[in-house]
Design a protein around this ligand. Structure first.
Ligand code: SF4
Length: 426
């Protein structure tokens, strides 16, 4: 006879953020919905914004506790782990997410199981094995679901949708993920740690439209934020999505790459309801961009921002200071380029060598001499506009990178809005 296990996925708070309850934990919702659809019993508990002294009152009993782990909040995930082991000493504990994928052996010391990479297939395999009384290996490699259209839409009844604050074009919004992976290999990027071995996969335009249509019909949501790393990579699909979105009269925002935003693309975005696009610009120095393996040039940046603005999109840029090789001259190039292009909003953060990235794995190759091992300091931007400064090279230290960042803020803020102050797009 099979045992039946109930699973609770817990979202770890990140109090240091300006607002850690912006949107429901999409990855955990995908996992719980997937397990439920396959006949298991899974719930999601998002304790973001809940103070630690209240955790015990709201964390229920479960047979399996699952966590998506991030380097910055890993210490807090361990606090929750201690608590759930007190609530149910015989519970099975599972860690997935970017931190567990990057450092599986270290994370394994604390959890019964570690899931590396995409979670759906691995969690299903784990639950089936546990329920049959088998002993799965402690580190599971998540196989990819080949066709993303086979993954059910996230079930928002598992969370209190009204408790989130994400705003797109001035209206409450929900996030949608229309593709997984990124074909680029920027050496600092932590968002591809999970999908490093995976290929780029897209949901079909019809499948994305159907989710949007259902969210609009069932929950009355008309504003969306696409969480894809690069929403515009697949141009035929974008044309088809635009045709389908036009009849829904929605508003949305997305992330893009400047070199994948021709005028045709930015016009399509606007026609389909997009009003805001965010670009990872990083630097105004071609030499620094090459060092990052960003595969974009300053001319791409000029063209991409120009096209987006000409089509009517608000443009947000993310800038980075302190990449190895950065000098005051390259910082000035970044400032000059942004004052020339005049995006609508900006944010600037220091390089953070997140576990799993090439920068973290081979720091010496980039001239990094010291890395602070305290992951709780690995913040790009936190409350009060503060950042974490966690590495040194022969010519850059924490103080110098902080001064560079402050200089960029002082130079740009008179002309461009600090992204965290945006009222229309939070
Ligand atoms: S920074 Fe953007 S383009 Fe580069 S690897 Fe990451 S997601 Fe892809």
């Amino acid at each position: 006879m099979k045992n039946r296990y109930s699973t609770l996925f817990i979202q770890t708070p990140c109090y240091e953020l300006m607002d850690d309850r912006l949107e429901p934990p999409l990855g955990l919702l995908y996992l719980a919905t997937w397990l439920n659809r396959h006949g298991h019993e899974a719930r999601v508990l998002d304790i973001s914004s809940v103070p630690p002294h209240c955790w015990e009152q709201i964390i229920p009993q479960a047979d399996v506790y699952g966590f998506s782990t991030y380097s910055t909040s890993f210490h807090r995930t361990l606090d929750i782990l201690t608590l759930v082991k007190r609530i149910n000493p015989s519970a099975v504990t599972v860690a997935g997410g970017p931190h567990a994928t990057a450092l599986p052996e270290g994370v394994k010391k604390h959890f019964d199981y570690v899931v590396m990479g995409e979670g759906e297939q691995a969690m299903l395999h784990l639950m089936e094995s546990l329920e049959k009384g088998e002993e799965p290996p402690p580190i599971l490699h998540g196989e990819l679901v080949p066709n993303l259209d086979d993954i059910p839409f996230p079930d928002y009844s598992l969370v209190d949708v009204e408790s989130y604050h994400r705003v797109v074009d001035g209206s409450s919004s929900l996030s949608v993920l229309s593709s997984r992976g990124c074909p680029y290999r920027c050496v600092f990027c932590n968002s591809i740690v999970l999908g490093r071995t995976g290929r780029m996969r897209f949901r079909s335009a019809e499948n994305v439209w159907e989710e949007i249509h259902r969210l609009k019909t069932d929950l009355g949501v008309t504003s969306f934020r696409f969480q894809d790393d690069n929403f515009t990579l697949n141009r035929p699909r974008l044309r088809e999505m635009t045709r389908l979105f036009e009849r829904e009269e929605i508003r949305y925002r997305c992330f893009g790459r400047v070199d994948r935003c021709s005028r045709e693309v930015t016009d399509l975005l606007f026609r389909g309801g997009c009003r805001h696009i965010a670009f990872g610009i990083e630097s105004g120095s071609d030499a620094i961009l090459r060092g990052m393996q960003k595969d974009q040039t300053t001319d791409d940046i000029r063209r991409g921002i120009f096209n987006a603005k000409a089509s009517g999109l608000a443009v947000r840029v993310y800038l980075m200071v302190g990449f190895p090789g950065e000098t005051w001259e390259t910082v000035q190039s970044t400032v000059d380029l942004m004052l020339e292009c005049l995006p609508d909003e900006f944010s600037v953060y220091p390089l953070i060598p997140y576990p799993g990235t090439p920068i973290y794995q081979q720091p010496e190759k980039f001239g990094i001499t010291d890395i602070n091992p305290d992951f709780s300091q690995y913040f790009q931007v936190r409350r009060g506009r503060e950042s974490g400064y966690v590495f040194r090279t022969d010519s850059l230290d924490e103080e110098k990178i902080a001064s560079m960042r402050q200089y960029v803020i002082e130079q740009l803020e008179p002309a461009i809005t600090w992204a965290g102050d945006s009222k229309l797009n939070r």
